[in-house]
Ligand binder design. Structure first.
Ligand SMILES: [Zn+2]
Length: 240
């Protein structure tokens, strides 16, 4: 029988694939297996509507140190008119509860992937409007080693200590990503764009304070980068 993934979710999957072209897809999914079929799940085909499957699982191993796929998809889906609920890391965000985060107690907490279910209204299933932020993605280039001096300069400019050109550096995105993963709670994640903006500098100071610093440091240094376990990404600063 012909079951199919609704076009809205095909569009989401295509966007994720385009943006994370090297991602691991082993935990991807959409059509329910036998264990799904035995229970109520939006991974099962809706035979009243020609076999439509209204849910997708997106593997979150993106192999991209400059962005976080899970965060990107969750944030996009939580604010999308097509979505009924999102499950990620044992947390469910449901339209029924205004997309507020709640503990998910179902059988699969979706720790290796993000689950997105669309609403029951078939009119929304064919809506293939862009899902992810349309800002051009800041692309990580693994061949470029970050220069700590340039990164420090950008932080100094952002903090008003120094004048100069605002440029994007790989190292800033590395720091943003590390702060997102290791420090910031959900809802306060930085956009990983390579800019040392106000939010980035503020998150950095906060991180420094918690790591035993004064909370006034505006410039990443080798010691604090070591605390963040990202020192190895920077050139010429006492690499271990
Ligand atoms: Zn799922």
């Amino acid at each position: 029988m012909g079951f199919y993934l609704v076009p809205a979710l095909v569009a989401l999957r295509n966007e994720v694939n385009a943006r994370f072209s090297h991602r691991d897809k082993s935990s991807d999914g959409w059509i329910g297996d036998a264990s799904h079929a035995a229970r109520k799940s939006s991974h099962n085909p809706d035979w009243a509507h020609g076999g439509a499957v209204r849910a997708i699982d997106v593997d979150i191993d993106d192999n991209d140190p400059a962005a976080e796929l899970r965060l990107l998809v969750v944030e996009a889906a939580r604010h999308d008119r097509r979505v009924w609920y999102v499950i990620s890391n044992g947390v469910i965000y449901s339209r029924t509860f205004g997309f507020a985060p709640r503990k998910y107690t179902g059988s699969n907490g979706h720790f290796k992937h993000v689950h997105v279910s669309v609403v029951e209204n078939p009119a929304k299933w064919t809506d293939t409007t862009r899902w992810l932020n349309s800002e051009p993605a800041w692309m990580w280039n693994p061949d470029v080693v970050s220069d700590l001096a340039l990164v420090q300069e950008q932080f100094q400019i952002a903090a008003g200590v120094k004048k100069g050109d605002r440029k994007r550096f790989h190292g800033v995105a590395t720091i943003q990503n590390a702060l997102n993963v290791k420090h910031l709670p959900k809802g306060q994640k930085l956009v990983v764009d390579g800019w040392a903006g106000r939010a980035t500098v503020s998150a950095w100071r906060d991180f420094e304070a918690k790591a035993g610093g004064t909370g006034r440091e505006t410039t990443p240094d080798p010691v604090s980068l070591k605390n963040l376990q990202i020192l190895r990404r920077f050139r010429g600063e006492g690499l271990p």
